[in-house]
Design a binder for this molecule. Structure first.
Ligand code: DX5
Ligand code: ZN
Length: 215
């Protein structure tokens, strides 16, 4: 099995020390830096926007994996790309022009993807399998870090893997990842594990990243 990638979510980092957090992630060999953008409308929580991405861009050469939880992401995607995002993913149910938004990301030479909350079926991504690089399967309802993993997510990951077939699309799992389910997630077909609290609230975050890499 190829190595599972780790995308620590900075949502669980200390907001007053974000620069240090991403520099540490580079040191700890994180594969991607997951940035959760929330608007308080699509999800009940508000986090940060493109200015945070721009600031972090100066602190790391790592891959900034920007997860947009905002309504009408198409309105803001060019600004997130200009700020330095390397991958941009959004929820199809938040957008009025899913293909148009994906095309803007691809045309900028960045990776694009769609995110499905636990109640959103895989059929929602089917029309876009020709263009997406990533599908994010949520293991919790988007909005907050530190929630408990919904076990049915494992079956959805297996189904997603079947649907993707031999296409070059990575499966990212976001929400509720913890040492108890890392191996199960990998077995089910996860290519990238997002881990917020599992990394940043750990006594030894580097060891958690190493643990995922050694599955
Ligand atoms: C949830 C976010 C996640 C979150 C994951 O809405 O999309 O990326 O930070 O946090 P944990 O890993 O703590 O569930
Ligand atoms: Zn996320």
């Amino acid at each position: 099995m190829s190595k599972v990638k780790v995308a620590p979510s900075i949502l669980s980092a200390d907001f007053a020390r974000m620069g240090e957090a991403v520099r540490n992630l580079d040191k700890w060999n994180a594969d991607l830096i997951h940035c959760d953008v929330m608007d308080g409308v699509f999800v009940p929580n508000i986090t940060f926007g493109m200015d945070m991405i721009k600031a972090l861009r100066k602190c790391t050469n790592g891959i900034l994996d920007v997860h947009l939880m905002i309504v009408k992401p198409e309105k803001y995607i060019p600004q997130f790309i200009a700020a330095g995002a390397d991958t941009v993913t959004f929820h199809p149910d938040a957008s009025d022009d899913v293909r148009g938004a994906l095309t803007v990301i691809k045309d900028a030479g960045k990776k694009c993807g769609l995110v499905l909350n636990p109640d959103k079926p895989l059929s929602m991504i089917e029309p876009y399998l020709d263009i997406i690089d990533i599908v994010i399967i949520m293991g919790v309802y988007a909005g907050f870090g530190g929630q408990s993993f919904i076990p049915e997510t494992l079956d959805k990951i297996r189904e997603a893997k079947k649907l993707i077939g031999n296409r070059n699309i990575e499966i990212e799992m976001d929400g509720g990842a913890c040492p108890d389910n890392f191996a199960k997630l990998a077995e089910a077909g996860t290519d990238i594990i997002v881990a917020g609290s599992a990394v940043f609230k750990a006594a030894d975050p580097a060891a958690v990243i190493k643990q995922i890499h050694s599955i």
